[in-house]
Design a protein around this ligand. Structure first.
Ligand SMILES: Nc1ncnc2c1ncn2[C@@H]1O[C@H](COP(=O)(O)O)[C@@H](O)[C@H]1OP(=O)(O)O
Ligand SMILES: [Mg+2]
Length: 356
């Protein structure tokens, strides 16, 4: 008997792999300086291109499913030169394993018009009913531009609950036991040893495998690091101070007895990193009263960490609720930690944030 969500997982992994390849090609073109100054931001090209390729794979396999995606196509319809730049990448990005690519992901996107139609399919309002995919084609755009950490993110929710999560992290080390760092070394265009894909299916654990561009290797199980002594813990947070309150996180760390400085990393690569035990805790502390986290920024990471033995909640200790629309409107911030110490972390978070 095949396991539940086996087909969804296979499609999601290959779709993320191909979309990640597109983003890498866009970045390398920029790094080689072949993108002229008037070219649109490589983020825009990478974002739209990756989204088109992922939606194409989802529609070929699960035409009845809804899709929530970050980008809208209206901007592209008014900008033919941007559309053509994106189409050039969508048309030409192919996995090395062409046979699996076509068999699993379906045929190529027909033309630029068909690509625009696909991009426009990510407009579901989300909610508590049915099968809904959440896509963030390039999470961590600032990291992507600096040649640092970013993630291609895809998750399936069924009736508001995340069932499948996949994160492609082109710039994280392949090696699960590599130290927690956002740094990728001096030569930013050298792929050696980098590129990992994290996956999880509800009730089936979490895995990592090399991202590459050929046939996907067999995954290995990952799990959070067992931790009893918080003084040896490491925690990660956003690079951008506007995304997470870094002075409150420093106070929380100090109260918990954590001695190491935080590791600052863009994107959901933080979730993948703690899920494989490279780090222990991920703190995301609200910087504004009004910002609502987007479901595509958290769905895959939430499941991957929970399936690796962690707990993921908001700052009040409530589970993230993916059933209320395109945003996590009922939650504030994110606290992810190994199950054994999660309540201890929440207690201190509440002391520092002044919540009861
Ligand atoms: N005020 C904010 N608080 C928290 N997250 C934010 C805020 N503004 C934007 N973001 C989102 O944070 C994500 C990146 O997080 P990280 O810092 O972990 O890399 C982006 O998807 C970004 O969304 P957007 O792409 O819409 O700007
Ligand atoms: Mg994002």
């Amino acid at each position: 008997m095949t396991s539940p969500y086996a087909k969804e997982l296979e499609v999601a992994q290959l779709a993320v792999q191909r979309a990640a390849l597109l983003t890498k090609r866009v970045f390398h073109e920029k790094a080689k300086g072949t993108v002229s100054k008037d070219d649109k931001s490589p983020v825009t090209v990478g974002d739209f291109g990756a989204q088109a390729l992922i939606i194409s794979a989802l529609q070929a396999n699960f035409p009845a499913d809804e899709i929530v995606a970050e980008e809208e196509s209206a901007q592209l319809r008014a900008d033919p030169s941007l559309r053509d730049q994106i189409w050039e990448h969508v048309r030409s990005t192919r996995l090395d394993d062409a046979a699996s690519e076509e068999a699993v992901l379906g045929g190529a996107v027909k033309d630029a018009e068909a690509m625009l139609d696909l991009i426009g399919q990510g407009n579901s309002q989300g909610g508590a009913r049915g099968r809904i995919w959440a896509i963030d084609p390039i999470d961590g755009t600032k990291g992507f531009l600096r040649g640092g950490q970013y993630a291609v993110c895809l998750a399936l929710m069924v009736d508001g609950d995340v069932k499948v999560g996949v994160l492609g992290c082109p710039n994280l080390p392949v090696n699960d036991s590599a130290a927690l760092t956002a740094d990728i070394g001096a030569n930013q265009t050298d792929d050696e040893g980098r590129g990992v894909i994290f996956s999880a299916v509800i009730g089936q654990g979490a895995t990592s495998r090399p991202l590459g561009s050929g046939a996907l290797a067999k995954g290995q199980k990952i799990s959070m690091k067992p931790i009893t002594d918080l003084s040896s813990a490491s925690f990660c947070e956003s690079v951008e101070a506007g995304h997470s309150n870094q002075s409150e996180s420093a106070q929380i760390a100090q109260k918990l007895g954590i001695t190491k400085p935080s590791v600052r990393m863009d994107s959901q690569a933080k979730y993948g990193s703690i899920a494989r035990g490279a780090g222990d805790i991920y703190l995301r502390l609200p910087t504004s009263k009004t910002y609502q986290e987007k479901i595509w920024d958290h769905a895959a990471g939430d499941l991957i960490v929970r399936e690796a033995g962690g707990q993921v909640t908001d700052t009040t200790g409530s589970r993230l609720d993916f059933s209320v629309g395109r945003t996590l409107a009922s939650n504030r911030g994110v606290i992810a930690a190994p199950a054994a110490i999660h309540s201890q972390v929440i207690k201190v978070v509440q002391e520092v944030l002044g919540q009861k």
